[in-house]
Design a protein around this ligand. Structure first.
Ligand code: DOR
Ligand code: ZN
Length: 347
């Protein structure tokens, strides 16, 4: 008997669409299955003002193919010169859903990020007052800290002190990758949540490094050891509404990944839902998939869940998806979970 699963249309609470030809190439991959997504602002130059966000939203909407409905939820890139008044105005105008904090140098296009958190306190205080969430890339950038420890150190040295200083600030710890991150978000008092990516549920650091180096699995935060992957899986299927999907699907053209110094980012928009159904089935938690993909995120951001649905069907034949998609900015390799997927998105 064919197994089917109908869930409210998912939303992606952490997505990179880029701009120009790349935006046009990758947006349909998300819009095919997702109703809304939080759009990351790390363009070159970054999306820092209300005007930038409006213009980027318009370019994004213009790239939605005819016949597809997709709502981009915009974010501002927090810099040390961000004006609290401009952020509040963007929020009041309904232009933005969150602000993103990148520690300077933590990842792709983060050079304009925050070096000294004291310098952004006025913006963060304003955000706490108006109830605007802060999405955080939670890694320290100190070169002395091992790359596999950068999230854990961030929790103790940046996140927890920040939340003590401004307990009312709504915080989303983006792409959590460690058991320590999961434990922190589970136990913390106050308004905190975390997104989990598809790929961090399916790979650990062995997949990147054992038996050859796999640049298409390299992302930031880098995947940790298998025990952390297990903690993420447990959190994702737990039914705890503090944990929900943010794919961090992050396209880079193949030559920039397959390089002596490759970019960080996994592009998973194309097959994310088939991957997630696979993971949730493995965990015996298919009944929890809808919460993770479609309910907890909207609740967190004060939005209603989608009133439309998608249907997944488990078939004997594997899902056929391309190894790469062609974009006007070059080919982009699709996340390879390393095994076939049998959950087809059928409607
Ligand atoms: O792997 C990543 N890629 N992590 C990030 O934080 C940024 C992203 C990107 O923009 O490519
Ligand atoms: Zn990201």
């Amino acid at each position: 008997m064919t197994q089917t699963l109908t869930i409210r249309r998912p939303d992606d609470w952490h997505l990179h669409l880029r701009d120009g030809a790349m935006l046009e190439g990758v947006l349909p991959e998300t819009a095919r299955h997702f109703g809304r997504a939080i759009i990351m602002p790390n363009l070159v130059p970054p999306v820092v003002t209300a005007d930038d966000a409006r213009a980027y939203r318009d370019r994004t909407l213009a790239a939605v193919p005819a016949g597809m409905a997709f709502e981009p939820l915009m974010t501002l890139y927090l810099t040390e010169t961000t004006d609290p008044g401009n952020v509040a105005a963007a929020h009041a105008a309904g232009l933005i859903t969150a602000v993103k904090l990148y520690p300077a140098g933590a990842t792709t296009n983060s050079a304009s990020g925050v070096r000294d958190i004291d310098r952004v306190m006025p913006v963060l205080e304003t955000m706490a007052e108006i109830g605007l969430p802060l999405c955080i890339h939670g890694e320290v950038t100190d070169p002395a800290v091992d790359i596999f420890d950068r999230e854990e150190v961030f929790l103790d040295t940046v996140l927890d002190p920040l939340r003590t200083r401004i307990p009312e600030l709504k915080v989303t710890l983006e792409h959590v990758t460690t058991a320590q991150g999961v434990d922190y978000v589970t136990a913390a008092e106050g308004d905190i949540a975390a997104t989990i990516t598809t790929h961090h549920l399916m790979i650990n650091r062995n997949h990147i490094l054992a038996g050859g180096i796999r640049p298409h699995y390299y992302c930031l935060p880098v995947a940790k050891r298998a025990t952390h992957q297990q903690a993420l899986r447990k959190a994702a299927v737990s039914g705890n509404p503090r944990f929900f999907l943010g794919t961090d699907s992050a396209p880079h053209a193949d030559p920039t990944k397959e390089s002596a110094c490759g970019c960080a980012g996994v592009f998973s928009a194309t097959n994310t839902l088939s991957c997630l159904a696979h993971v949730f089935e493995e965990e015996g938690a298919l009944d929890r998939l809808e919460g993770f993909t479609s309910r907890f995120g909207p609740a967190r951001y004060g939005l209603a869940p989608a009133d439309t649905t998608i249907t997944l069907e488990k078939r004997d034949d594997p899902v056929a998806y391309p190894a790469k998609i062609d974009t006007g900015a070059g080919p982009v390799t699709v996340f390879d979970p390393g095994h076939p997927l049998f959950w087809h998105v059928t409607a």
